[in-house]
Design a protein around this ligand. Structure first.
Ligand code: F6R
Length: 241
């Protein structure tokens, strides 16, 4: 694992965006695995800035997102499709027909997951997977469990995840209780993985992810077994290292 220490969130976002920029320049038709949540927002802002100022070109890029809430329409402001459109895709020259997010509206969860695995399989493989880190160590919505789930699956969100994500909703009751998420295998087969972690509230879990045992109780700990992981974290998130 390579660990980059950023001074603050702005520095973190710039460092992470630089790694994505390098990927897009080196392989213009690359496949980016993308994440939602607060952590990557600054990274997306940087990429938009460089697209506008420096012509960073996304015209041949495809993207595959980690997850989507079950039951939310793509135009629901809390859906991850809406998040990706408004925080990134609407502001760069990516072809939206090549941006993939699980279909939260598919009521048949087996079908939703199978369809998404086919998309991942047919893509030929994610070149660079961007991840945030949940307070309980989740990546995507792979919550602490007794084993590492392989492929895309429907997950019951952990109470701590519902609690952490209620800030985006009018009330906790409105947070969907289920989501479709890429599995651990789908994440681990990405050629490169980039994790962005910010804030003191992530310091304990980040320490466990990097230094603790590999266990499905801390899903992100499996990243220790991947050959090309870069973690970009700010001083606060690294304060327990
Ligand atoms: C988002 C996702 C989640 C978040 C994690 C951290 O697509 O899959 O795993 O990355 O919950 O969220 P933030 O960045 O909001 O702390």
């Amino acid at each position: 694992m390579k660990i980059y220490r950023a001074t603050d969130y702005k520095d973190l976002s710039c460092k992470a965006a630089n790694i994505i920029r390098a990927q897009v320049i080196m392989k213009p038709d690359c496949i980016l695995g993308l994440a939602t949540g607060s952590s990557p927002v600054g990274t997306y802002e940087k990429l938009i800035e460089w697209h506008e100022k420096d012509d960073l070109d996304f015209s041949k890029v495809s993207s595959i997102n980690l997850d989507e809430y079950r039951g939310l329409t793509p135009d629901n402001p809390q859906s991850y499709r809406y998040f990706m459109n408004t925080k990134l895709f609407d502001h760069i020259n990516i072809d939206k027909s090549r941006t993939f997010v699980p279909n939260g509206l598919e009521p048949d969860s087996d079908k939703a997951c199978k369809d998404y695995d086919e998309i991942i399989e047919n893509s030929g493989g994610v070149d660079l997977q961007l991840l945030g880190l949940g307070h309980n160590g989740h990546i995507g919505f792979n919550e602490p469990a007794d084993n590492f789930p392989c492929n895309t699956h429907c997950v019951d969100l952990a109470p701590s995840t519902i609690d952490a994500n209620k800030r985006f909703f009018a009330s906790e009751a409105e947070v969907p209780r289920q989501a479709y998420t890429m599995g651990i295998r789908s994440i681990m087969i990405a050629k490169k993985i980039l994790v962005v972690v910010s804030g003191e509230d992530k310091a304990s879990i980040l320490q466990k992810v990097i230094c603790g045992p590999v266990t499905p109780q801390v899903p992100a700990s499996i990243l220790q077994l991947h050959g090309d992981v870069t973690i970009v974290a700010d001083e606060a998130a690294l304060s327990k290292m």
